[in-house]
Design a protein around this ligand. Structure first.
Ligand code: CDP
Length: 248
């Protein structure tokens, strides 16, 4: 976070032409892997992430099974080709940390108590990383859980806000994350109004923090609408397919 590169131009626009409160273009698709119980894909700017869900299913190894609820396991993994400098396929400390924070962000939304002695396994594969992958990972994992038919209290959606060149901005890309002053990733359950992930990297005043938090929540609400559209699109496609088959 050196702050040496100019991240906001004289017109108040960011390095990729966005206004401070603007999200990157987002594309989501549900149900794209036939061998997983649920799956989803997200593109948020240049970040591209796939999520697959298995379960509820028998726990292996068995001694990990919980008597009163399902065991939620999450693996966040970056493909070696996902970043500029080849990443070792072995799990890094960062990936272990992100797997944990993503699991904790998803956990409060899932009715785990409905499936005692089972496991729900979530795999998040980052195919291309350009900042904000933990947040996009939460958003896409939540979609894959819904696609697997796992009952949830709400969808979880995540988005970061931060500060670059002294300006509070939404949904930082890789350059803004690295060269900016601060970054706060937030996971939010819009219907419940609950935050399930809040981290902070860098320094903000209390006022800036509140502004960034509110902006991140606004971003989450916008992404939530896209999440719902992506889920509906899958069922519209299935309905059309069934209708076509019936007409034949
Ligand atoms: O992706 P997120 O912002 O949640 O996590 P981060 O640890 O703040 O990483 C920010 C960005 O750094 C990632 O999205 C990648 O674009 C980049 N990165 C990288 O280039 N090489 C790595 N081994 C890890 C991250």
């Amino acid at each position: 976070m050196s702050g040496k590169i100019k991240l906001i131009n004289e017109n108040g626009l960011r390095v990729d032409g966005r206004r401070p409160n603007e999200l990157r273009p987002i594309k989501m698709e549900v149900g794209i892997l036939s061998n997983a119980d649920g799956s989803a894909y997200i593109e948020q700017g240049k970040s591209k992430i796939l999520a697959a869900v298995y379960g509820p299913r028998e726990v292996h190894p068995r001694h990990l099974a919980l008597p009163d609820r399902a065991l939620l396991r999450c693996r966040y993994h970056m493909a070696p080709f996902s970043v500029e400098e080849r990443k070792s396929p072995a799990p890094s400390r960062r990936e272990i940390e992100l797997s944990k924070v993503i699991r904790e962000a998803l956990e409060p939304a899932i009715f785990l108590e409905k499936f005692p002695r089972t496991s729900i396994d979530v795999f998040i594969e980052v195919l291309q990383a350009d900042g904000g992958t933990r947040c996009a990972g939460v958003t896409v994992a939540s979609l894959a859980l819904a696609d697997a038919g796992i009952p949830m209290r709400d969808m979880v959606v995540a988005c970061a806000a931060g500060k670059v060149d002294g300006v509070i901005v939404l949904d930082l890309n890789d350059l803004e994350d690295k060269e900016g002053e601060a970054d706060i990733p937030v996971a939010y359950m819009p219907n419940l109004g609950l935050i399930s992930l809040l981290q902070m990297d860098g320094i903000l005043t209390i006022e800036e923090f509140n502004q960034a938090l509110n902006l991140a929540i606004e971003g989450c609400k916008q992404i939530y609408r896209l999440q719902k559209e992506a889920l509906k699109a899958k069922y519209v496609a299935i309905k059309e397919e069934v209708e076509e088959t019936c007409l034949q």
